[in-house]
Design a protein around this ligand. Sequence first.
Ligand code: FEO
Length: 394
Amino acid sequence: MFKNYRITDDIFYVGVNDRQKVKFENLIPLTKGVSYNSYLIIDEKIALIDAVDISFADVYMDKINAQLNGRKPDYVIVNHTEPDHSGALRVLMAHFPDMCIVGNKKTLDILNGFYRIAYNTLEVADGDTLSLGNHELQFYLTPMVHWPETMMTFDKSAKILFSGDAFGSFGALNGALIDEDMNIDGYWDELILYYANIVGKYGSPVQKALEKVGGLPFEIICSTHGPVWKKYLKETVGLYDRLSRYEGEKGIVIVYGSMYGNTALMAETVAQGAGQAGVKNIIVHNASLTDSSVILRDIFKYKGLIIGSPTYSNELYPEIDAIVRKIAIRGIKNRVFGYFGSFTWAGASVKRLASFAETMKWEPVLTPVEEKQGLKEEKYNACLELGAKVAGLL
Ligand code: FEO
């Protein structure tokens, strides 16, 4: 029944859309869904590249069988073992017991640990090749993009890079697979959302991976999530390069927490100061309302970051504390940072934000604004000035 998307004459898409999951990894809200991409190369030997989440095993098997005309896959190449891609492996193995599982040493260790898969395996090392007949596959180990075992598979004859999570985006596929066949506008933010939350801690490994595979003559990228990149190949690789170097666009993200509106008013005033200084991209996030995944996306996107927090139990406001930890975990570099805070009887939030700035090694450290209770004229003007100063340093 299924007529699968075709990428070339003999390479097909057998992945699935997930519009049911509420939170990816039980953490990141999926407002536009997600796809789990799997590909099928039909040659003298047949290879699947990556699998899908276990929840979609039924439809996945039907899509594969629709393409095989009674033949059976000889290999499944596991570029990444995270269960959104490996979950359906045991179902695949039950249907195709002679199929060989291809991965590197770490891949096979993890598959054994998760699923007790320890037979019919083929261990490959960096640079090894596997011939399917007309297609020759070459494996490139790219650890920590996003797990230690992650690798990429380059199909030399088709000039396709099967890249695992790299270059992937959130957002289910809406009626088309390849970027040139769809309106791609909404996927850039979904790619940054995926990068910031899933891969963002691993900027240096991503840079190493780009050095390793960047020179390969690929004309198509097939990642494990989101559109297949063909028309926008250069833009996608360029965006990944900038994100992994923590290079932000000209713009400012202002994140604040506020219980009764005093710190919120400071945030609005800082934003006004930045706007009056000529910055057009200014995003103000109330950390109690906007999910931290979206805040992180915007922090990866823009060079300026200003954080404001009231003092809460002699600490940062809890929602700000959480976002600050998430920024620190990702080691985000090269941000122009400003901060402000308020308190009612004893100030602590501004001190905590100063320590955070020191940990992040962001320079220069601008003079913060700290207000006691409601915002008054002197600190109102200081907030305008803080926004203008960050704007001037972008
Ligand atoms: Fe899409 Fe790291 O899994």
